[in-house]
Design a protein around this ligand. Structure first.
Ligand SMILES: Nc1ncnc2c1ncn2[C@@H]1O[C@H](COP(=O)(O)OP(=O)(O)OP(=O)(O)O)[C@@H](O)[C@H]1O
Length: 255
């Protein structure tokens, strides 16, 4: 893909759960290399929008194209192939606590090997070396053979980032990646996530609750409210006061 090419495109994306309109006709284009934060109050549809991007949720109507793939039409092998190109970072890290840090990171490469793996030594040496490099990038190479469950929340999320990188993704989706962390750890993990994505030229879309982190680390903010895009601007044009407008109890428009 060339620079600036659309990586994510949604057109008229509608998704309702009963009477609740989670996405009310969302048009969104994210280009290669962008780092985008989805902001908005609880229930504004951020996670639902994100889940459409790797086919975890299917829309009632509208189009979703990711990395050139029609996600709405994709099934089976095509959807699995797309998901191998999309790294996901979850709020709760989703590590296997009883496995070592290294084994958790290696799980990011499951789409690149054939057959099951039992223990670190059954993975190709080249993948182990690559996993260790990513652990080094997130500052945890010295913890490679420790049980993942024994790490702090911030460390576990760093392992999850290394796992996502080992997938060699083109797009990273992060659903509230720092919501479970204390403010200082949240800021450093968010900074790390953006830094590694930039270093590798990856496109990143995340949902966030912290306005300050969006302003500090992402290049563009898409503000949602009641399932609609109310704001879509480069971060450099935004400030805390304007973004707080998204969260007011019943704003007609964001100033
Ligand atoms: N699987 C589901 N079943 C029923 N309702 C759902 C489902 N998923 C989402 N919703 C509803 O859709 C709306 C949007 O939810 P969503 O989780 O996308 O919002 P959000 O902005 O990510 O919220 P939060 O910041 O609290 O995570 C909410 O009213 C939610 O209750």
């Amino acid at each position: 893909m060339t620079a600036g090419q659309p990586i994510v495109e949604t057109r008229g994306l509608v998704k309702a759960f009963g009477d609740v309109i989670a996405c009310g006709g969302v048009d969104l284009t994210v280009r290669r290399g962008e780092t985008v934060a989805l902001l908005g109050p609880s229930g504004s549809g951020k996670s639902t929008l994100l889940r459409h991007l790797n086919g975890l949720t299917r829309p009632d109507s509208g189009e979703v194209r990711v990395l050139g793939v029609d996600v709405v039409a994709a099934r089976g092998a095509e959807l699995r192939a797309l998901r191998r190109r999309v790294g996901v970072v979850f709020q709760q890290f989703n590590l296997v606590g009883r496995l070592t840090v290294m084994e958790n990171v290696l799980c990011g490469a499951l789409g690149r090997v054939r057959g099951p793996r039992y223990g670190v030594v059954t993975w190709p040496r080249s993948l182990r070396a690559e996993a260790l490099e990513h652990l080094d990038r997130v500052g945890l190479a010295d913890r490679a053979y420790q049980r993942a469950g024994s790490l702090s929340g911030g460390q576990q999320q760093r392992v999850a980032i290394a796992r996502a990188l080992l997938q060699r993704p083109e797009l990273v989706l992060a659903d509230e990646p720092v919501a479970s962390l204390d403010p200082e750890t949240a800021a450093s993990v968010m900074g790390l996530l953006v830094q590694v994505c930039r270093e590798d030229g990856l496109t990143m879309v995340c949902t966030l609750h912290q306005i300050e982190l969006a302003l500090q680390w992402t290049r563009r903010v898409v503000g949602l409210r009641l399932g609609e895009v109310r704001l879509d601007e480069p971060t450099e044009l935004l400030d805390t006061v304007r973004l707080r407008g998204l969260y007011l109890s019943d704003p007609v428009t964001v100033p």
